[in-house]
Design a protein around this ligand. Sequence first.
Ligand SMILES: Nc1ncnc2c1ncn2[C@@H]1O[C@H](COP(=O)(O)OP(=O)(O)OP(=O)(O)O)[C@@H](O)[C@H]1O
Ligand SMILES: [Mg+2]
Length: 260
Amino acid sequence: MNLYQNADTTILEDAVNMLQLKKNILLKGPTGSGKTKLAETLQLKLNRPMNSINCSVDLDAESLLGFKTIEVIDGQSQISFVEGPVIQAMKEGHLLYIDEINMAKPETLPILNGVLDFRRTITNPFTGEVVKAHDDFAVIAAINIGYVGTLPMNEALKNRFVVIDMEYISGDILKQVIQEQTLLQDDLLIDQLIQFNKDLITMAEQGQVSEEASSIRALLDLCDLTSIMPVERAIKRAIIDKLEDEREQQAIINAMELTF
Ligand SMILES: Nc1ncnc2c1ncn2[C@@H]1O[C@H](COP(=O)(O)OP(=O)(O)OP(=O)(O)O)[C@@H](O)[C@H]1O
Ligand SMILES: [Mg+2]
């Protein structure tokens, strides 16, 4: 597996150390900045399984904690409880990855407050069981910033985390990631695409194009496509045609014509 990379090695080192201190860590950064990649890398470094939760407005207590079901054992039906990701991770000492934590409804996550502070405990409302977290249990959450339509995170929840601010990688490290993760190996073309991506980041910062156009995920797609088709068409398919706004599309065409 490809690992998370950053010229700033404190990101990975601190994340490992903070998890070992049993701190909950919040990865904060724009789309495609490597939050999920970092979580997977931490899982590998700590050699612990990971349970994941993807937050949305539909997220409810059942999807966090589990649900009751009827099981038939030896012809007898009985009610049993299927443990959800939080209960599983707490009992087994897994990592728990909570993605897009700010997308949950404000009333859903406070149920985890006791899990996320010094108590490391929850009383499962469906079974009455008091679950105390295993020593190895630790939480990694991710929040997308700069996304249009994202909600700020509830203060009491945010208070329970230490934060790692993620930025897009650049320069030599970015080149290395492209070489490792895409089919494009042409050195000159990679350099040009990195420069082009840099221009897009500047344009995104100035609000001329949306952030998805400048994300590393879009750049990696672009590099893969460029290995099999002319770069102009690759840019059209990987970036331009994804945008709704004609002015944004035109701004990228202009930048493309300047670079290629
Ligand atoms: N620093 C990095 N090291 C290695 N790979 C990276 C890095 N940054 C981004 N990537 C790659 O870019 C792509 C997007 O990364 P990832 O999915 O982790 O982003 P994300 O921050 O979780 O985005 P989102 O908020 O949209 O979920 C992946 O293919 C990942 O491998
Ligand atoms: Mg992600």
